[in-house]
Design a protein around this ligand. Structure first.
Ligand SMILES: Cc1cc2nc3c(=O)[nH]c(=O)nc-3n(C[C@H](O)[C@H](O)[C@H](O)COP(=O)(O)OP(=O)(O)OC[C@H]3O[C@@H](n4cnc5c(N)ncnc54)[C@H](O)[C@@H]3O)c2cc1C
Length: 456
């Protein structure tokens, strides 16, 4: 079988335990960046919309791939969020403010930033419209607008209820405003659960939506860490209370995460905890916050489940400007998301448009690790597109899902469309102290200093 340059490079690196991804793998990945050198001397106007993980990592790489081009980034957020840090904030191990940096510090040299929002895309005229400048034209467009939350899609729920009446959502943030409150509100939720479990038995319900989501392992993190906190671990004081807590995890499919191998391992771990239960193929449709009742749709019927505490992963959708534009898929499972070829990341109808990050309408996982891998693909493909050559690099759906199995232990689930894709030659299904330590103490630094600068 013939391998592309990109595939060959990854396999060689893997033989030395060097792979890809936001999490641990990036530590050793500086070598990969040095090998990824294709560039074009052509002059073009390249516009990147979105300045999150994907947009910024791609911008740094595109700067190198197209040194003579004019590169313009458009995004409104003056603050950048390290979103995985919200989980450690909930766990009581990070302060929210430490997950935030000024966005201007990440801008690659020679890249112009328009601190604006795109209102709509008009790919027929190779242009878009922003809220301040108005019409902006491009030769190439990279869409990296992430995703937005849609709490309101669940009847009775909206984001103002998070942090009230026993409801938490560690996800709560606004990447366009650079504000995150989900971590601290969920930390408070942990404390409230602990206080309640001191007095009585408590029922804790965690729900994932049916839409594509970012951070696939996050509700599992909340499940395992909250239970472990009740066992007396983590920063909260006090003895073991977990026997007073009944956890229920509801998923809209029959899977815990999008890879059957890891799913099997995680299901066994859940079965091993006497106070855990699961509801599969249950779609949360409404929440009665007063009566503390969640209603699910399952197999054509509605089912009510009462709770004392509720954690919600919000339904997610592509950003407003993209959803109704000609760039979005107009039907099917990925309706409203960016309509790209999942391998080359090129738009299916507009060949001068590409996409990276959570906004992609593909079946692959949405994570910072995925965004980082896609930025590498983008570097090679944009150089080729400028030269009007076939696109050499392919994305295979690599994603990373760290699962904090308890305080001090983490499973580093890495996979792509071909199966497990571990960076290191260690059993990837084993929870390890090492992954936890790297994640907690090193990863945020690597993210801000290396990944966001397209250096690993
Ligand atoms: C709680 C939580 C935990 C997570 N844990 C992990 C983890 O452990 N590991 C991991 O790999 N990933 C994790 N993720 C996922 C990861 O953070 C995202 O997948 C990643 O940040 C996606 O990057 P992005 O650039 O696509 O989107 P974002 O980083 O969200 O950026 C979107 C950008 O688009 C801009 N934008 C939006 N609309 C417009 C517009 N109309 N005009 C101009 N700009 C616009 C925004 O301002 C922003 O700059 C987690 C996420 C959350 C919320």
């Amino acid at each position: 079988m013939k391998m592309s340059f990109d595939e060959g490079r990854r396999d060689v690196l893997k033989a030395f335990g060097i792979g890809t991804g936001l999490t641990v793998s990036g530590i050793l990945n500086a070598a990969e960046t040095k090998l990824s050198m294709p560039s074009s001397k052509k002059k073009a106007r390249i516009v990147i919309v979105g300045g999150g993980t994907a947009g910024m990592a791609a911008a740094a790489r595109i700067r190198r791939a197209a040194p003579n081009s004019q590169i313009v980034m458009i995004f409104p957020n003056t603050q950048h969020l390290y979103q995985p840090g919200q989980v450690f904030t909930a766990a009581g191990l990070y302060k929210s403010a430490d997950n935030i940096r000024p966005t201007s510090g990440f801008l690659p040299d020679g890249v112009k930033w328009l601190n604006e929002s795109v209102l709509f895309f008009d790919p027929e005229s190779n242009s878009l419209k922003t809220d301040k400048t108005g019409k902006i034209v491009y030769d190439f467009l990279i869409v990296a607008t992430g995703c937005e939350y849609d709490y309101e899609a669940i009847e009775g729920l909206d984001s103002s209820l998070i942090g009230k009446r026993g409801i938490a959502s560690v996800y709560l943030n606004d990447t366009a405003k650079g504000v995150a409150t989900g971590g601290e509100l969920t930390q408070r939720w942990f404390v409230d659960i602990r206080e309640s479990a001191q007095k009585r038995r408590v029922k804790i319900l965690l729900c994932d939506p049916e839409t594509p989501i970012k951070g696939e392992g996050v509700s599992l993190d909340m499940l395992f860490l909250c239970n472990d906190m009740l066992k007396g671990n983590g920063p909260l004081e006090g003895g073991s209370l977990y026997k007073n807590a009944q956890f229920m995890l509801a998923k809209s499919t029959d899977l815990l995460i999008g890879n059957r191998g890891y799913d099997k391992v995680l299901k066994k771990r859940i079965e091993a905890e006497k106070n855990f239960s699961t509801l599969f193929s249950h779609r949360l449709i409404s929440v009665d916050a007063e009566r503390k009742i969640a209603t699910f749709e399952t197999g054509g019927i509605q089912k009510e489940v009462s709770y004392d505490f509720l954690h919600v992963t919000p339904p997610m959708r592509a950003s407003n400007a993209l959803r109704d534009s000609p760039l979005a898929a107009y039907e099917g499972r990925f309706k409203g998301w960016l309509d790209v070829d999942g391998k080359t990341l090129r738009h299916r109808s507009y060949p001068n448009v590409f996409g990276v990050g959570d906004t992609l309408g593909t079946s692959y996982g949405k994570s910072g690790g995925a965004a980082r891998d896609q930025a590498i693909v983008m570097q090679d493909n944009i150089a080729a597109a400028l030269e009007e050559k076939p696109l050499p690099a392919k994305y295979h759906g690599y994603t990373t899902v760290p699962i904090r199995i308890r305080y001090g232990r983490e499973i580093l689930a890495e996979y792509d469309e071909r199966g497990f894709d571990p960076t290191f030659p260690l059993d990837p299904t084993e929870p390890r102290w090492l992954w936890w330590q790297i994640d907690l103490h090193l990863m945020r630094w690597l993210y801000f200093n290396m990944i966001m600068r397209g250096m690993m």
